[in-house]
Design a binder for this molecule. Structure first.
Ligand code: PLP
Length: 229
């Protein structure tokens, strides 16, 4: 039998096993359940099985779901591509955003974050795959963006995020994730301490945890294959 609760348990076991192999405490890796395209009832099912943090890529879809599930007090993370016309929805409705890849977006989020809410936690999305990927800022631009965005009001820089190109080669996966880990160390060396490495998805979370991931974003392994909308 597969159910969201059983899938969640299986993913928790994968995370724990990978932490064991990496010699890391199990609680050093947070699980973000990526519920994009799945209805509020699926989120409710995961929440009933103990999951609190959910990732969404489409702002309006996420806001509708969050409204429907408001009484559950869940934590919502925006992980999709950031467009200027979506910053207000994100600033007003999410606790976290993982996909800040340019200063203009960070500035809009800072300006639009309601002052009555806690600062919006954010990660800088970095392209660790070179020409094989288009999303995220270039690795050699991340530090400058970090310095500029870290001082904006109503935001709090928490870390770095990457989505490497899909690959079944675990050595390649690890090399990509290592780029983000090394960048995290450079942030720290330059006085920009970040505690979050948002990396690893359904097919590569083990490689990500070996390279220091603190937050894996898992959709398919929890909710099943997404159908095209
Ligand atoms: C969809 C998505 C995920 C989840 O991917 P799965 O392969 O379904 O686990 C993780 N991160 C981002 C940014 C996504 O868009």
């Amino acid at each position: 039998m597969t159910s969201i609760a059983a899938n969640l348990q299986a993913v928790r076991l994968r995370v724990a096993a990978a932490c064991g192999v990496a010699g890391r405490p199990v609680d050093s890796v947070q699980l973000l359940a990526v519920s994009k395209t799945w209805p509020a009832d699926s989120v409710r099912e995961a929440a009933a099985a103990g999951q609190r943090a959910f990732g969404e890529s489409y702002a309006q879809e996420a806001v509708d779901k969050a409204l429907e599930l408001a009484e559950l007090n869940l934590e919502w993370h925006f992980i999709g591509p950031m467009q200027s016309n979506k910053t207000r929805l994100v600033a007003e409705n999410f606790g976290w955003v993982h996909s800040v890849d340019r200063l203009k977006i960070a500035e809009r989020l800072a300006e639009q974050r309601p002052s009555g809410l806690a600062p919006l936690q954010f990660c800088i999305q970095v392209n660790v795959s070179g020409e094989a990927s288009k999303s995220g800022c270039a690795a050699d631009e991340a530090l400058a963006l970090g310095h500029a965005a870290a001082v904006l009001p109503n935001l709090r820089l928490r870390g770095l995020m990457a989505i490497p190109e899909p690959s079944d080669d675990s050595d390649l996966q690890r090399r990509r994730f290592a780029v983000l880990r090394q960048l995290r160390d450079r942030f720290a060396a330059e006085g920009l301490p970040v505690d979050t490495l948002s990396m690893g998805m359904s097919h590569d979370l083990e490689a990500a945890i070996m390279e220091g991931s603190t937050l894996v974003r898992v959709g398919t392994a929890i909710f099943g294959e997404r159908r095209l909308a």
